[in-house]
Design a binder for this molecule. Sequence first.
Ligand code: SF4
Ligand code: SF4
Length: 389
Amino acid sequence: MAGGVESKAPAKAKVALIECPDYDGELVFSALRRGIDLLGGIARFARPGEKILLKPNFLTGAPPEKCVTTHPAVVKAMGELCQKNGARVSFGDSPGFGSARGAAAKSGVAAAAREIGMEPADFNTPVQVSFKDALIAKQLVLAKGALETDGLISLAKMKTHGFMRITGAIKNQFGCVPGIRKGEYHVKMPHTRHFASMLVDINRFLKPRLYVLDGITAMEGNGPGSGSPRKMKVLLLSSDPAALDAVFCRLIRLPAQYVPTMAPAAESGLGAIADQEIDICGDSLSRLACPDFKVLRQPAVSFDHSFPLYLKKWITPRPFIDGSLCENCGVCTEVCPLDPKAVKRRPGDRNPLPVFDYERCIRCYCCQEMCPSGAIAIKRPLLSRIIHR
Ligand code: SF4
Ligand code: SF4
């Protein structure tokens, strides 16, 4: 109140930034509880008798120390917090390659879930839904388990991402699209802005109640599957995924406008991205910031099928294979969403490595994301490097 007049200023989006030094179970539990209390308490997100779904990031499944997946200690602590408040809790994610069950086992989440009696949800059965208020995706195909819940809690991993620059709160819900259908979205929406709008639509449709970002040890560099672990010692929590991702950007000094999901998130009302609209509570952002975090610091280049080929060649970063790391497993060919594939071994070719057809390649980077050997990196063409030094 100022001079007896109540302020009409809209409430700011609240993001809890909580320092947590490592994955010790008790430390993670207290850090999560502290963040949730700052946001209003667990009863805001999981009430007695409710069916709550936890949505970690499994990608393809990898041991926790690789930092590819949401750490099992974070999933377990969140499950316990919900259970202590009387909720029934399940978990699920659909990996981009391989089975959901296998990915959960490899990540350590399946074992952690068993310890507290948390069941896997059905992330294999696809269900088509209509979304009339969508920015772009009026029809969505989502996993049955993501729909059959009273409340969804998103447990994302703090990582870099070739296509979307970062994978944080908003991108995490792409795992609610079952299996290979993810590739179909890449083919239908190769333009980064369209793809980002579709990710925003999934969040607007599913409306997770709470978003948590596991950045205790994040992944920098060649993420989201083959980067390097980087200790950030933070958990971020918010009911606003755009604000949470904006704070992630501020922590790593990445201009938020380089992240394609930010603009459609703000324009559609999914959340706030401007500094003055976000209230960061908990620990100090300047103390925990990591300005030299290795992430591609340039705008995502957008193109679609009509983009002139000569420009695509000179401007858009391309995937390339490091032959010394490639184990010729064929995963890149399998996950490439194009038909015919834009990466494959040429019949009769004596070179055992897959080769790219860069003219066809839509730069979705699914191959780079899923390569189990870290053999695919993203290379910026000379012109792109000159424009964005
Ligand atoms: S997925 Fe990676 S390791 Fe497997 S063939 Fe492709 S580049 Fe080689
Ligand atoms: S080759 Fe790789 S980047 Fe190109 S379309 Fe296929 S999966 Fe996407």
